[in-house]
Design a protein around this ligand. Structure first.
Ligand code: HEM
Length: 252
């Protein structure tokens, strides 16, 4: 991975529109997942146990939210639609470096000397997570609606259940990386306030950093001045003067 510089900075990794969409998907998804897990583990062996109906409705309502919240997020951020297309393109663009990354990431924690290939905005594992979500999202919605309307379409049930099985390792792996793993949890702030330590980005998303920055300056500065820029700039200026940090914004 690229050599890091020593300037202490924070940089914008995810815009407000990206964070909105992430949580609009993630929160209902997790409620759907854990309510379904409760139904399967607790209630399947004995469906007469109390409160089954409540859990079932929690699952249905969170399923509706899984459809409605992202639509709302997209609508309120429609001016920033470009960033969504950019992210989809990033997640779907694969090259040899990504394949190499996938192989090496498994052994890199053991063999400390192994250096992982430079990655773009999303690393190869994140691309898999992203693509799986894009592929399975419509499946959950369509099969969930079918299950509700027809009250027991068996094929829809197996597809719905199968998609949730596929999501299981990805979701737990993703949450572990974002919240617990000391190497990567630094990035959590990126999904809260948008900003992540620049050294982290330089190390984990070196290609994206290179593509967007030259030294400490965003390459397409005029592109960086978009949507939330003014508001963020105010915050950033304040923070920057407080902490004496340069806050950087990438083009995308
Ligand atoms: C407590 C739960 C969660 C936390 C703390 C969390 C946190 C994060 C963070 C920090 C990132 C940015 C990673 C980076 O800098 O590259 C991210 C990205 C992402 N998250 Fe989550 N997330 C959560 C749940 C979910 C769920 C349930 C889904 C799926 C419905 C999801 C889907 C994604 C996707 C597709 C991305 C972009 C690709 C990737 O980085 O894997 N997240 N999340």
């Amino acid at each position: 991975m690229s050599k890091q510089d020593t300037t202490s900075t924070k940089m914008l990794r995810f815009r407000r529109s990206e964070r909105h969409l992430h949580w609009a998907l993630a929160i209902p998804f997790m409620i759907c997942y854990f309510s379904a897990l409760t139904l399967v583990i607790d209630y399947n062996p004995d469906p007469t146990r109390p409160y089954r109906e409540i859990i079932s409705w929690v699952h249905r309502i969170s399923g509706i939210c899984l459809f409605v919240f992202p639509v709302i997020a997209l609508l309120i951020n429609r001016h920033d639609i470009r960033i969504y297309f950019y992210n989809v393109k990033q997640a779907c663009s694969w090259n040899l470096q990504d394949v190499k990354f996938l192989f090496l990431m498994v052994i890199a924690p053991i063999f400390k000397k192994i250096s992982l290939p430079d990655q773009g905005k999303f690393n190869a594992a994140e691309k898999i997570n992203f693509m799986t979500l894009m592929g399975t999202y419509p499946v959950y919605i369509v099969t969930g609606a079918l299950l509700w309307i027809t009250d027991g379409a068996i094929l829809a049930f197996f597809i719905h259940f199968g998609a949730a099985l596929i999501a299981t390792p990805l979701m737990f792996g993703h949450i572990y990386m974002a919240t617990l793993n000391p190497e990567t949890r630094v990035a959590f702030s990126g999904m809260i306030n948008g900003y992540v330590d620049r050294h982290f980005v330089q190390h984990h998303h070196a290609q994206w950093h290179k593509d967007n920055y030259h030294g400490t300056v965003p390459i397409h500065a005029e592109d960086a001045i978009t949507t939330e820029y003014e508001e963020d700039k105010e915050k950033a200026d304040k923070k920057s003067s407080e902490e004496n940090l340069n806050v950087l914004k990438p083009a995308c």
